[in-house]
Write a protein that binds this ligand. Structure first.
Ligand code: AMP
Length: 472
């Protein structure tokens, strides 16, 4: 495959099985840190203490993967959850308090902090840790604007010629309404800032768009809705593409598809995600390469030109239109629940990959993936994404995890002695691998059946479209 470059040293890597070229990994090294030399000994020996920030299903999946690394001497998670406690040590630190995170990192002798969620990234945790002399994986505050501001990303797309929906920005409701009346429906109204999944309305009518404009500019989403992006409604199938970035080079980090609506058949309210599977069959190798070339690579180049290079995980939400893949949005971290299906498929060690990204060395890195598919079913508390009760008891997780190819990643859970209790909206991610999406789906649902939690619910059709595609 010969792919032209675009003003950057980005390369699309063939799926060849190449080995990691890590510097001097001590032969005796294990998770107990049996390095014959001191920590980060200066000979390239990298036995590390790692601190992961976050407390959701994504963080349990990433913690599980980090803890498998022979380079990870000790893993800490702040604040973590009962699932991450099985992979390392949870630290009760308020992650909004950046000075407290830096102090905890120094206190535990942390070599690398990995930031999971978007909120601390957009708030500049990576910058503040760097200022305190602590190495952290994730974008700077300025680079996290790719997720923190939709208007920022749209302007960058316009500047760099990145395919995306046509758009206009508004702060004045009358001007915004006049624009939607002129454009007609369907049309998409978006709050500029982070709005926890509530900031996008795909309006089927002009009246619905006008209501969304009035709500958002009227303050329903607080500061996040002070500016709007109104854009053309794209038509096609969606898929998510992940890339590991070091500011210059992007390495594909897998594809996934998620299910945002609460109920079967993509009905009901939008949620943080009710399930996912990987790979996304709709993102063929050719489309993935095209998106890396036309969307991810020019984004990295534009961010570098602006003096704010992007380091971290870039998660591109794509619409596969008749004119090729177009960018719907960027996130600047692993998705949740997408991380839960990417991590079980990654056969390479994650730790040297994250280090290489931090140190601008991704050009030497090749990631290896299992040929298996993975699928995650989210179990949520009844009432989610609206109001729900906390504290109901969950039984049978160990039985589910005893099944072949199954892992249960925790999100909103807490321990009460030996009992496991629900403590949030999205509570568990029942994840399974299999030869095909259909196999992974069958295993994940068989495992979900073992979990005894009358106050929970889950969708019965995660992966249905991919399974149908496999059957053709
Ligand atoms: P976002 O938060 O920007 O990913 O938007 C949430 C969801 O809204 C996406 O996953 C799409 O399903 C839908 N969406 C966003 N922008 C558009 C668009 N321009 N055209 C069609 N659907 C969109």
């Amino acid at each position: 495959m010969n792919i032209p470059r675009q003003g950057t040293n980005f390369k699309v890597r063939k799926r060849v099985k190449r080995r990691w070229t890590t510097p001097h990994i001590p032969l005796a090294s294990t998770n107990s840190g049996a390095c014959p030399k001191p920590n980060s000994c200066g000979n390239g020996c990298l036995i590390m203490r790692i601190l992961l920030i976050g407390s959701g299903g994504r963080e349990h999946a990433v913690a599980w993967k980090l803890a498998l690394s022979p380079l990870c001497e000790r893993l800490f998670i702040a604040p973590g959850n009962p699932g991450t406690a099985q992979c390392g040590t949870n630290l009760a630190v308020d992650v909004a308090d950046h000075a407290a995170v830096a102090a905890a990192a120094r206190g535990e002798g942390i070599d690398l902090v990995v930031v999971g969620p978007e909120t601390p990234l957009v708030a500049g945790l990576v910058d503040d840790l760097a200022a305190a002399g602590v190495k952290a994986f994730g974008p700077s505050r300025a680079a996290a604007e790719l997720e923190g501001s939709k208007a920022f990303t749209k302007e960058l797309c316009a500047e760099a010629g990145i395919p995306t929906a046509r758009f206009r920005r508004f702060t004045d409701p009358a001007a915004a309404k006049a624009y939607v009346r002129a454009e007609g429906a369907p049309i998409v109204v978006k709050a500029d800032g982070l709005a926890a999944g509530k900031g996008v309305v795909v309006a089927a009518s002009v009246a619905e768009a006008e209501r969304a404009i009035a709500d958002m500019l009227g303050g329903a989403l607080g500061q996040a809705g002070a500016e709007l992006v109104i854009e053309e409604c794209l038509v096609g199938e969606e898929g998510s593409l992940f890339a590991l970035c070091d500011g210059t080079t992007a390495v594909p980090l897998g594809t996934a598809q998620d299910h945002k609506r609460a109920f079967d058949g993509d009905r009901g309210p939008n949620t943080g995600g009710m399930g996912a599977y990987s790979p996304a069959p709709v993102l063929t190798a050719e489309i993935e390469a095209q998106a890396m070339r036309t969307i991810v690579a020019p984004t990295l180049a534009a961010m570098r030109r602006r003096g704010t290079p992007f380091t971290g995980v870039l998660y591109a939400g794509l619409m596969l239109t008749a004119e090729g893949p177009k960018l719907i949005e960027y996130n600047v971290r692993f998705g949740d629940p997408e991380a839960q299906v990417l991590m079980p498929r990654l056969t390479s060690d994650l730790v040297p990959a994250l280090l290489a990204a931090c140190e601008g060395r991704l050009a030497d890195v090749e990631l290896r993936w299992s040929a298996d598919a993975a699928l995650a079913v989210v179990m949520a508390t009844k009432g989610y994404p609206g109001t729900y009760a906390r504290g109901s008891e969950i039984r049978g997780v160990a039985e589910a995890e005893g099944m072949d190819g199954v892992r249960v990643f925790h999100a909103g859970t807490k321990r009460d002695g030996a009992r496991l209790l629900a403590d949030g909206g999205r509570v568990l991610n029942v994840t399974a691998t299999g030869r095909t999406v259909a196999d992974a789906q069958a295993r994940a649902y068989a495992a979900a059946e073992r979990i005894d939690w009358p106050q929970g619910f889950y969708r019965r059709d995660i992966g249905a479209r991919a399974v149908e595609r496999e059957g053709r």
